[in-house]
Design a protein. Structure first.
Lengths: 306, 204
């Protein structure tokens, strides 16, 4: 059957502009039928990782994009990157896919492929221009997230990475609820070393515990800056309260790694290129690669029955 | 960031008394919950909380109310824009493209809800190595200026990446108060002047 937008909800592909209040919340949370639909669609996904942050601007989407690239470097693995930041979708630009559109086929919406083994989905692909603002209230955002999970034909996926907006709101509640139809391996929380960012990470950790979402660990981003001229390392966001390391110790959460600030990261992202490929010798690349290896947890911790 | 803690008192009229420091009255969700408690609410509840933070507060007479908004163009932004009269909006961004994409969306949202945009602030524009003074544009250079030109908006100012901004914020002593002669403080004060110049005269 051809994929069709849910009737009357306003949550169709190519949806744009504000039209608040049209999406009834009951269809967004559905009953057991909806859960069964999601379960069926996500049956072929072996591992799901949510990337969270408390604050905006700490490098969460950058991390999601590079994690996806890093995992897809193994050509035998199929990687999917789902961007559920409806208001600020950065993933299309970071993956060099700006301007791409979603195509519908008989089996659902097709993800946009960066590589043969790396597919991406984002609201950014549904806009007529990357500058279009998506000014939606919660229920409408939830409806689209559900469509992303139910209607996208991901195929067999080894890793589904979900990039979220900052904070703890509709999108986070919804993704956890919808993915409870399948299995979430856990969440990675991205932060910078400073206290106001860590304050929000503590809240994220509490959120994860409340919704029983396992925490894979914390990534401390923008951990230090090496001057390209004199090589002196500066702490631009000094960890005055011990940084992520101390916080992780106090809360019994793993610190997956610390990534230093490299101006090339921002440049690569803006150009839609993989920083890992463009700057293989950078200390930041080495940190990312170490973190990605730690996250290769699939074989030992969990097996899926397909 | 304002070095304030504690629950607000209630006036006899059941309004919350804002907490004050540095002569500035403040109200925040942070005063109503524990520091580590997440607020995991859907849009409707968030809107209701924002209403309370705006209207159920004994602000008294104010010349300026500054509203710090969360990132995005969702429930909070819509509710605030639609429910209270706003003199103007200031959009803050770092210079890199992915941040500017979102700043552009923010500007478009304000246009749609008829809130005047006073201008853009380019944040974290440049970092100076404390040892050799070499300047690096860690998040790119001049991206915000280019966006301002595209949108026909003014640049209100640049704020460099200075460690002391971050440190003073984390310790609750904003740099404009604790180090008023520093470059960082001067950058913020200059932006404040530019905002004042663009605000409409208050009603008589």
């Amino acid at each position: 059957p051809a994929a069709a937008p849910p009737g009357g909800s306003g949550c169709a592909p190519r949806a744009r502009g504000p039209s608040p209040g049209r999406c009834g919340s009951d269809i967004c949370y559905g009953g057991s039928d909806a859960a069964a639909e999601l379960r069926a669609r996500l049956r072929a996904v072996r591992h799901t990782v949510l990337v969270l942050s408390g604050k905006g601007g700490v490098g969460k989407s950058t991390f999601s994009a590079l994690l996806a690239h890093g995992l897809a470097a193994d050509e035998t693995k199929q990687v999917a990157l789902l961007d559920i930041d409806i208001c600020g979708p950065s993933i299309p630009k970071m993956m060099g896919l700006e301007g791409e559109q979603v195509h519908q086929s008989g089996s659902g919406w097709s993800p946009v492929y960066v590589e043969e083994n790396l597919g991406v989905m984002s609201v950014g692909f549904l806009l007529s221009s990357p500058d279009d603002a998506v000014i939606w209230r919660g229920p409408k955002k939830n409806g689209l997230i559900k469509q992303f999970l139910r209607d996208v034909d991901w195929g067999e996926v080894d890793y589904l990475i979900v990039d979220t907006p900052p904070g703890t709101s509709d999108e986070h509640l919804s993704i956890v609820q919808y993915l409870s139809a399948t299995h979430i391996d856990g969440a990675v929380i991205v932060t910078t070393p400073q206290e106001v960012s860590l304050q929000d990470v503590r809240k994220e950790i509490n959120f994860c515990r409340k919704v029983k979402l396992p925490i894979i660990g914390v990534v401390e981003n923008m951990s230090g800056f090496v001057c390209p001229k004199c090589k002196n390392e500066s702490q631009i966001f000094p960890p005055t309260t011990g940084g992520a390391e101390k916080m992780c110790q106090n809360l019994s959460v793993s610190l997956l790694g610390k990534v230093p600030l490299d101006p090339q990261i921002g440049k690569s992202c803006d150009r839609g290129q993989s920083f890992l490929a463009e700057a293989p010798e950078s200390p930041a690349t080495l940190s990312y690669r170490k973190i990605i290896q730690i996250k290769d947890f699939c074989s030992s911790s969990f097996t899926r029955k397909l | 960031m304002m070095n304030l803690k504690g629950n607000p008192e209630l006036t006899p009229k059941n309004l919350m008394r804002p907490l004050k420091n540095y002569g500035i009255a403040c109200m925040s969700m942070g005063f109503l919950i524990e520091e580590t408690a997440p607020v995991v609410w859907r849009g409707l509840m968030v809107m209701s909380a924002v209403e309370k933070l705006l209207r159920q507060v004994d602000w008294g007479e104010l010349d300026y109310l500054v509203i710090d908004m969360p990132p995005g163009t969702g429930d909070v932004q819509l509710s605030v824009s639609q429910n209270i009269p706003i003199s103007g909006a200031v959009i803050v961004s770092t210079p890199q493209d992915v941040a500017l994409l979102d700043a552009h969306k923010g500007a478009e949202m304000f246009r749609k809800v008829h809130v005047p945009v006073l201008g853009l602030v380019q944040n974290m524009s440049v970092f100076q190595c404390p040892k050799c003074k070499h300047e690096t544009h860690i998040f790119g250079a001049d991206g915000v200026r280019d966006l301002a030109k595209t949108l026909g908006l003014d640049i209100l100012g640049d704020v460099p990446l200075h460690v002391n901004i971050r440190e003073t914020c984390d310790s609750g002593q904003p740099v404009v108060i604790s180090q008023p002669q520093s470059d960082a403080a001067k950058a913020y004060l200059k932006i404040a002047m530019e905002i004042l110049r663009r605000l409409p005269a208050p009603p008589a």
